[in-house]
Structure formats: C-alpha cells, structure tokens
Ligand binder design. Structure first.
Ligand SMILES: NC(=O)c1ccc[n+]([C@@H]2O[C@H](COP(=O)([O-])OP(=O)(O)OC[C@H]3O[C@@H](n4cnc5c(N)ncnc54)[C@H](OP(=O)(O)O)[C@@H]3O)[C@@H](O)[C@H]2O)c1
Length: 269
C-alpha cells in the first residue's frame, strides 16, 4: 500500500544533508520551526554552526555535524550520531548536491564521478543505512531533493541531469518498498532556486536559462515542509518547476525547441 499519511512534524527526529547553505539550510530552519530535531550536515562547520544559531529560538533543535557525505565512514558516523543524540530516526532529508556545466566531451571522468557521488550514491546509501531505524520511527519519511533536469535532461548539463534522473528513478522504485515498511518518500523536484549552487559548480558557469527570478530558498523550503506534513509523494515548488514538469510530461519538444534557441555553449573552466 502506498503511503499518504498526514504527518505531525512536531517532535520528529531527523538527519538533513546540505544544511550549510541554500535549500538545505532553509528546510532545516523551517523544520526546526515546526518542532523537528535535526542533525544537520555539510562540510563547512562554521556555516552549520551559524544555521543552528539562526534557529536557536525555534522549538526544534539543529545539531551540526560536519563531514563529507560522499564518504561511507562519515555516513555511518552521521547515522550513529543522530541515533545517539535524538534517540531514534523519523526523517532523512537529502538536500546536498552539486553540479557542473559544459560540453560532456570536454569534461573528465572525475567530474562525472564526483557529481554521481554527491547527487546519487550519497543519498542512496544514506537512505539504505537509515532504513532499519526509520522503520522503527514515528510516521517516518525520506525526502530526496531532485531537479527538473531529472525529469527532462538538458544539453550541457549531462552529468548533473543523469545523476538527478537516477535519483528520480531510485525514488520511484523505492517508494512502494518503503511504503511496505510504513515509510513515506517525498521527491522534491526543484526548478531554478536562489542558493550557492551556481557559485559552487565543479565546472562551467551559470547558464542563461537558470537566471531571471529564481524561487527563494525559503519559499522552496516552505513548499517542501508543507508537502512533507501532508504526506505527499512529490512536490514541484514554484510555477517554473510546475510548468517545466507539465511540458516535460506532455510536450517535451517545446523544451527542446526553447533550449536550442537559447543555447550558447559555454566552455568549461
Ligand atoms: N539551486 C537550484 O537552482 C537547484 C535546482 C534544482 C535542484 N537543486 C538541488 O537542490 C539541492 C540543494 O542545492 P542548493 O541549490 O541549495 O545549492 P547550495 O547552496 O550549493 O547547497 C548545496 C549543499 O550541499 C552540500 N554539499 C555539497 N557537496 C557535499 C559533500 N561532498 N559533502 C557534504 N555536503 C555537501 C553543501 O555543503 P558544504 O559545501 O558545506 O559541504 C551545501 O550545503 C541540491 O540537491 C541541488 O541539486 C538546486
């Protein structure tokens, strides 16, 4: 049976990756304000401490633990730490991500591996590691942060699109398996969002299509947290993500045509 259970967020205990900036930071603060206790993670410890400080008055606690989510040892330590500090696990929110732009032929196997490590293998293995604990949790759920490029991959975004498409595939395959254990799975499909994502690209520069007026990280977070509380399976924060998802499903040729017109091939740097 698939899981549509509404969820009372106050009192839940979780892990959140990507908590040091952008969407992860905003979701962490929104969840703390909803009364969730979270271990937040990212590599930049000072940033995590600042996020915890920003939510100091919230009913939920944010407990920073810095580390590289692509390292299996760190993922184990993260889950053990959360269990020891929080006494169990009800939520895993995988928001960490990184991207690269440019012609695939100019990139290296290293970039492809790095993107897949952060955007696919790390969340997949963190979920696998957490499942026994989640199965014993209260209204448990996994939140995976995907992208509109996981719905309809774009040229010059090959590694990132492929990793997000893999994450979306994992979400679809896992959802019924997790439902058997009473665990919900929410896939957040993001369009252009204000964050540090484009400053931290492994290669290339921000493309024109992502500019304009991206959705704020806070509006994105509030849509994700509402969808989590409502027990939904997917959320597309903002009209751009919704419109792109509609086109990707019913009229993908329009996306391809628009991209062909706008495309200027940036060199990798
Ligand atoms: N911004 C957009 O337009 C957009 C669109 C679609 C989807 N998304 C997705 O939204 C999610 C959040 O990204 P964002 O936009 O908020 O970008 P961001 O501000 O750059 O945040 C990325 C987060 O991931 C963490 N991270 C990256 N590599 C890591 C590693 N190896 N180990 C641990 N943490 C790591 C970063 O922390 P540290 O640097 O401290 O390690 C940071 O907290 C990502 O999954 C991204 O793919 C973003």
């Amino acid at each position: 049976m698939l899981h549509f259970q509404r969820r009372q967020l106050a009192g839940l205990r979780g892990i959140l990756t990507g908590g040091s900036s952008g969407v992860g930071r905003a979701v962490a603060i929104a969840l703390a304000e909803a009364g969730v206790d979270l271990v937040i993670t990212g590599r930049r410890e000072q940033r995590l401490l600042a996020v915890a400080e920003a939510a100091a008055e919230a009913p939920g606690r944010l407990l920073p633990l810095a580390g590289d989510i692509t390292a299996a040892d760190f993922r184990r330590r993260l889950v053990e730490h959360a269990t020891a500090e929080l006494g169990g696990l009800d939520l895993v929110v995988a928001a960490a991500g990184s991207g690269a732009i440019g012609p695939f032929v100019q990139a290296s196997p290293k970039v492809l591996r790095e993107i897949f490590d952060v955007d696919f293998f790390a969340p997949a293995e963190l979920v696998r590691l957490s499942l026994p604990l989640l199965a014993a949790g209260r209204t448990p759920a996994v939140v995976l942060v995907g992208s509109i490029l996981g719905l309809h991959p774009l040229p010059l975004h090959a590694e990132y699109s492929a990793a997000k498409a893999a994450l979306h595939g994992l979400a679809t395959a896992l959802r019924p398996e997790l439902a058997d254990e009473g665990i919900g799975l929410l896939l957040a499909v993001l369009g252009p969002t204000e964050s540090e994502f484009w400053d931290n690209l492994l290669t290339g520069q921000r493309p024109g299509w992502s500019q304009g007026r991206p959705l704020s990280a806070e509006a994105t977070a509030s849509a994700i947290v509402r969808a989590l509380g409502a027990g939904r399976q997917t959320v597309h924060p903002g009209w751009r993500a919704k419109a792109f998802a509609g086109l990707a499903r019913f009229c993908p040729a329009v996306i391809d045509w628009t991209i062909r017109r706008k495309r200027q091939a940036p060199r990798r740097s």
